[in-house]
Design a protein. Structure first.
Length: 309
């Protein structure tokens, strides 16, 4: 069984396929198991991430500084170089993290006997493996969830009413007395009656009016109450008691929720073990230490478990 959450994993990871290099004679900056990541691999990944694929080049960042000077009004050369250095470091962190994550995927695929030639195929194979672990939701599980979470399926009481507006409280009381005496609405021009009953849960009904409506009795003319700028009378015409949506109507939604919950749990357990395993196998040279490296000693920032990145 495949799921939206696991599919999102594959989509996020498939982008790594084009930037995972196979190493070269360049200087090694990191090792993931037996695989090396070189400065050439890193430069290519940085260029792929940089705006317009033009990356700052250390140590002088001459081209980057020159580009910034062309649109800077008043800037000190050293300040611009520091900005370029900061941009380069951010790109280097992102690019190296992606390269390492790609090798983690390929290494995990190999360890599990999954035939994968690049990060994209590795992510697809891992997605399929995780999907097979998601067991079908049973009728008893759906019923148990429904019984335990019935408040989620509650439909509140609904009240329908007619409302009549008057310019003054005195006019409203006079009209009410006439109706209660059996005379009906003697002067229609004094009030405005809605053409159809309104539901008390309508957004435009203020809370004070809602409270009065819920306290009123069925088919009893009530009021006047202040409904700016009017003084109004209303009558409850229909009451629909609170009720619960039947299980048959919500079965599909419950199944989808339970399946998604199970997918997240399986994914979270996999990601936790996967990261612990591959951090221990990832060595980075000084100046190239990122959170995925074994040498990293800083505070680890929580990463999105759905990204596998």
């Amino acid at each position: 069984m495949s799921g939206r959450h696991i599919s999102a994993v594959a989509a996020a990871l498939a982008t790594l396929a084009g930037i995972v290099g196979c190493g070269s004679s360049e200087r090694v900056v990191a090792r993931v198991g037996q695989h090396t990541i070189t400065s050439a691999d890193l430069s290519g990944a940085i260029s792929a991430l940089a705006p317009e694929h033009v990356a700052p080049e250390p140590p002088r960042y001459a081209a980057c500084v020159s580009r910034r000077e062309s649109f800077a009004v008043q800037s000190v050369h050293a300040v611009l170089r520091q900005e370029c250095r900061s941009e380069y470091e951010q790109l280097k962190q992102r690019a190296l993290g992606q390269l390492i994550a790609g090798q983690w995927l390929l290494g995990e695929a190999r360890d599990r006997g999954l035939n994968a030639t690049n990060a994209a195929s590795a992510s697809a194979k891992i997605r399929q493996m995780l999907a097979r672990r998601v067991s079908a939701i049973t009728d008893s599980q759906v019923s148990a969830y429904y019984q335990t979470h019935r408040q989620q399926f509650l439909i509140p009481e609904e009240r329908y009413f007619d409302i009549h507006h008057f310019s003054t409280a005195a006019a409203a009381r006079k009209a009410k007395a006439a109706v209660e005496a059996g005379g009906g609405w003697a002067k229609p021009g004094l009030h405005e009656s809605l053409e159809r009953p309104r539901r008390v849960k309508d957004d435009q009904i203020v809370s004070s009016v809602k409270n009065a409506i819920y306290a009123a009795k069925l088919h009893v003319l009530t009021g006047p109450i202040a409904v700016h700028p009017y003084h109004s009378l209303f009558e409850i015409t229909r009451i629909v008691p609170l009720r619960y949506k039947p299980l048959a109507a919500v079965r599909g939604a419950i199944e989808r929720k339970l399946t998604a919950d199970r997918q997240r749990q399986i994914l979270a357990r996999f990601v936790q073990a996967w990261r612990s395993k591959w951090v221990a196998r990832t060595d980075c040279q000084p100046g190239y230490v990122v959170q995925k490296c074994r040498q990293y000693a800083g505070r680890r920032v929580a990463e999105d478990p759905l990204s596998l990145g």
